[in-house]
Ligand binder design. Structure first.
Ligand SMILES: Nc1nc2c(ncn2[C@@H]2O[C@H](COP(=O)(O)OP(=O)(O)OP(=O)(O)O)[C@@H](O)[C@H]2O)c(=O)[nH]1
Ligand SMILES: [Zn+2]
Length: 355
């Protein structure tokens, strides 16, 4: 149980205007959602962590998922049993980080509410992908959340290579703060921590495997033990959450962990595809354009390999097919139409070539 949580510690802005009439009634209070399961929530208030349920009314009147409480939301709750509260009202959000839901064209999937900064975590391997970072930046900018880029696993690269890559990142994203660290050696960790401000809410973003859980554990510091003990029976002492969680860090910043495979839909699968088709990734290093789609660009390393027989037509088609499926969800309707046109043109051209 947390003993000394104040609203300020939970990130409540001192100039908030949450003056709801319900708050004047006995048994009602403000709380912040820290965990969301399907129908059940956990929330934090000066009374500590309590489990919360949604008032039926609120559930039925919600017109979309976005209207339901999300991790990071401020809500008005009513105490009905020790450690148990009912959520009556979701207070207006400062921001809501969201992405396009995979499998649906226009549906939005919420990520977290009232986030000040998005931490875009990438790792040092050849999947480091500027275009993917750009998508996360767009996601942050759409929600008016300030982004920062965090390059993890710096231990995997030679210093010289790391500096070259960092320079490239700085060149491409001159307005975004960029940090580099290793969760393995802790190099760079202290500097990064110093930039996390007390009372501000940060949300981790990034594909599966870039080290978000490792980072969360390091940042949790003394609280890490607590997490590990709870998890030790089921997952061998490794903190491995499967749901989003809001944590209060030792130095006072608030961190929303964002684990799970599909949190950002396509990006995880792109990482997977990059690994599956690493020969194609190698050819792609010769492409003139860093955002080459390997479909119609001049000086494309992949198309060159295809032309001179180093890459089979079958493997190439398969790559495009899978990539198309993945990218389908990422693209806007317009973008998608353009891509489909490109693809069908490509298929026609290739058919003609074969005849
Ligand atoms: N070499 C090296 N490995 C790391 C570093 N940070 C994390 N890893 C490893 O990378 C793997 C993935 O780390 P996680 O922290 O589980 O990654 P994640 O982003 O939380 O992944 P999901 O939980 O699937 O979203 C683990 O095997 C970690 O031990 C690092 O700085 N250097
Ligand atoms: Zn190419």
């Amino acid at each position: 149980m947390h003993t000394s949580i104040h609203y300020k510690t939970l990130g409540l802005p001192h100039n908030h205007n949450y003056n709801h009439p319900l708050l004047e009634q006995v048994g009602f209070k403000l709380a912040r959602i820290s965990i969301q399961h399907r129908e059940r929530y956990q929330c934090l208030s000066p009374q500590g962590e309590e489990s919360a349920e949604l008032l039926g009314n609120l559930r039925f009147s919600a017109t979309s998922k976005l209207a339901l409480p999300q991790v990071g939301d401020w809500v008005i709750v009513q105490e009905f049993e020790p450690g148990q509260v009912l959520i009556h009202f979701v207070l207006p959000r400062k921001q809501l980080l969201k992405r396009k839901a995979s499998g649906s064209l226009n549906e939005q999937q919420p990520i977290a509410a009232n986030v000040d900064n998005g931490i875009i975590v990438q790792s040092c391997n050849r999947d480091l992908n500027h275009n993917r970072i750009e998508r996360y930046l767009a996601l942050c900018h759409n929600a008016q959340v300030s982004p920062m880029i965090l390059l993890n696993k710096t231990d995997l690269w030679e210093t010289e290579h790391l500096h070259v890559q960092l320079d490239l990142l700085k060149h491409r994203f001159p307005k975004t703060p960029i940090f580099a660290l290793s969760c393995k050696t802790n190099a760079g960790l202290r500097d990064f921590k110093q930039h996390l401000e007390k009372g501000k809410t940060y949300c981790l973003l990034g594909s599966s495997g870039v080290g978000k859980s490792s980072l969360t554990n390091l940042l949790l510091g003394s609280k890490k033990m607590e997490t590990q003990e709870i998890g030790s029976a089921s997952d061998r002492g490794k903190h491995k959450t499967t749901h989003r969680q809001l944590h209060i860090l030792d130095q006072g910043a608030i961190l929303i962990d964002n684990p799970g495979k599909r949190e950002l839909g396509m990006s995880n699968e792109i990482a997977g595809l990059d690994n599956t088709f690493d020969d194609i990734q190698d050819f792609a290093k010769q492409c003139r354009f860093s955002n080459c789609t390997h479909i119609h660009e001049v000086d494309c390393g992949v198309l060159t390999a295809l032309a001179n027989g180093n890459l089979s037509q079958e493997r190439y088609s398969n790559y495009l097919k899978l990539f198309k499926e993945v990218d389908f969800y990422a693209a806007t309707t317009l973008e998608r139409k353009r891509k489909e046109k490109d693809l069908s043109r490509l298929i026609r051209v290739n058919k003609r070539k074969k005849q």
